[in-house]
Design a protein around this ligand. Sequence first.
Ligand SMILES: CC(C)(COP(=O)(O)OP(=O)(O)OC[C@H]1O[C@@H](n2cnc3c(N)ncnc32)[C@H](O)[C@@H]1OP(=O)(O)O)[C@@H](O)C(=O)NCCC(=O)NCCS
Length: 376
Amino acid sequence: MPSDTPAKAGLEDIVVASSSICYLDGERGVLAYRGHDIHDLAERATFEDVCHLLWHGRLPNRAELGELQSQLAEARPLPEGLLRLMRSIPPTNSMDSLRTLTSALAHYDSGANDSSPEGRYRTSVKLTAQLGSIVATSARIAAGGAPVAPDPALSHAANFLYLLKGTRPTALETRALDVALVLHADHEFNASTFAARVAAATLTDVYSAITAAIGALKGPLHGGANTDVMNLLLQIGEDASDARVEEIVRGKLAKKEKIPGFGHRVYRTEDPRATHLRRMSEELSRLSGHPRWFQMSRVIEQVVQREKKLNANVDFYSATTYYALGIPVDVFTPVFAVSRISGWTAHVLEQYSNNRLIRPRAEYTGPAYPQQVDRH
Ligand SMILES: CC(C)(COP(=O)(O)OP(=O)(O)OC[C@H]1O[C@@H](n2cnc3c(N)ncnc32)[C@H](O)[C@@H]1OP(=O)(O)O)[C@@H](O)C(=O)NCCC(=O)NCCS
């Protein structure tokens, strides 16, 4: 018999499984991957280090890092058939393309349904490498450019920017994206990770679980918020005065509209990822010659904090950070996926390693049982 306790909307504060991957303390604003504080990782680790940390439980030594870098580099080129599909699907939302193309990748992988731990790990590395290639190459094709071949000598972040723009990024651009990838890599049982784990718990394949996660990430309450933040800023316009920015935000709050990039289900204090992204947004906006985007963001942040006591989340300052890096607005949410694939796959591998089907119950609120069939 299911418990008599009423259902908790949105499963708020409900612990649904145990996991050794991500520690999150919403009261104190602590986020740690495998025990490593996010502030340390943001300052001292690369995205590749974090992939190893999430998948293997510890940071890599030099040889292990070299091996992982080679595996990622080897997997980055996309199958010719996938590039043809990429060119042929009608342009829509870039998350729709990412979802379709990730799902299609399985058709080009003879090991897609290999359910051995080694096979699933191989798929995890491959997907992590190829999501970056899919997102950057799709964006480049959408902008009318020709696909660029990955450069095996580049890091994951640098290669992403290279495939996107066709020119090799500066050290500053590379480090900025790398830090953003580190910050977005995992976040405990967020909606997309939970979706991936629910799918994996049926013992479906890794591609299917990741496709489910991408569908969940697209939503404006989750990863879609970073695109909405930039669209809001663009709508307000770079020339708007601080007073005008404040007036617009107050107007939205008065109409009970949500301001994208604020609020969080778990954090009751500043999202530790926002601290780094705020700093990067300030520096990159200034260097790109458009400091106004950051200054306007500060005004919005102050108004929302004052009026609603809500803090900026990971999506708020990642928007202006990506914009200053020259990443198209429509590609912001896919960039989230380029990082989060590391966390999704770590969770999926953990789920497979100690699996039980995830099948909760509902609190029934429909018509009383039994109803009679009466068609007259
Ligand atoms: C993240 C989020 C989905 C968390 O949702 P939640 O825990 O279910 O919280 P709720 O949506 O129930 O919000 C609680 C209250 O705060 C308000 N609120 C939450 N986020 C808000 C926002 N971004 N702007 C204005 N008000 C907000 C709600 O309107 C609600 O107010 P009420 O009690 O007067 O009705 C929510 O804060 C949100 O929609 N944020 C904007 C989208 C976003 O940035 N998503 C990325 C998350 S990392």
